[in-house]
Design a protein around this ligand. Structure first.
Ligand code: ATP
Ligand code: MG
Length: 174
């Protein structure tokens, strides 16, 4: 039976886009699928997910950081260069046909900040190997990206502790 790869998109302003993508990666890896995750924009090295993958799944789920730490504290050009390098890696991984599931975490910002032309991203999605599932996350997905996806979920923020001044907590936000 041939697998029909899906483009799965988690967008919206509520919490849970990236954690759902990591959950999907975990589920896939548990079923023996070959998984690779590329995290754009943020790229902190010691997140809970990075630590968990390194200790619990050494060599099983590949994780690449294509960010520069916490976003706009960095020079825009540095952020852009890291994201572009990540995009080159994503292209290579997608076309390699070596994976069953690839997570492109925070990819929507590459379109939103005009780091990579939307057209280039959409056309690569179309050219990917048929069996490859892609999971894309990020706020404000563009209409064309939504159109190209098979499964789109909008995380809607009903309440977030940030609004009452609570800072990011270890194990919950990172
Ligand atoms: P997570 O990684 O926890 O699944 P996410 O991927 O949905 O979150 P992002 O837009 O990538 O969310 O932002 C990541 C950070 O922003 C997280 O620390 C998250 O808790 C926080 N965040 C998400 N939604 C909101 C919101 N509505 N208001 C304030 N902060 C938020
Ligand atoms: Mg996220």
């Amino acid at each position: 039976m041939t697998t029909q790869g899906l483009v799965i998109l988690n967008t919206g302003h509520g919490k849970g886009k990236s954690t759902a993508a990591f959950g999907q990666a975990l589920r896939a890896a548990g079923q023996g699928l070959k998984v690779c995750i590329i995290q754009f924009i943020k790229g902190q090295a010691k997140t809970g997910e990075a630590l968990a993958l390194a200790s619990a799944f050494p060599g099983r789920i590949e994780l690449h950081l294509a960010g520069t730490g916490f976003t706009w504290q960095q020079e825009r050009e540095t952020v852009k260069a890291a994201a572009l390098a990540g995009w080159e890696l994503a292209k290579e991984k997608i076309l390699s046909d070596a994976y069953d599931l690839l997570v492109l975490d925070e990819l929507t910002y590459l379109i939103g900040f005009a780091i990579v032309p939307e057209e280039e991203i959409i056309s690569l999605l179309r050219k990917r190997p048929e069996r490859l599932h892609l999971v894309i996350t990020g706020r404000d997905a563009s209409p064309r990206l939504i159109d190209s996806a098979d499964l789109v979920t909008e995380m809607c923020a009903i309440k977030h502790p940030f609004a009452k001044g609570l800072k990011a907590q270890k194990g919950i936000e990172f």
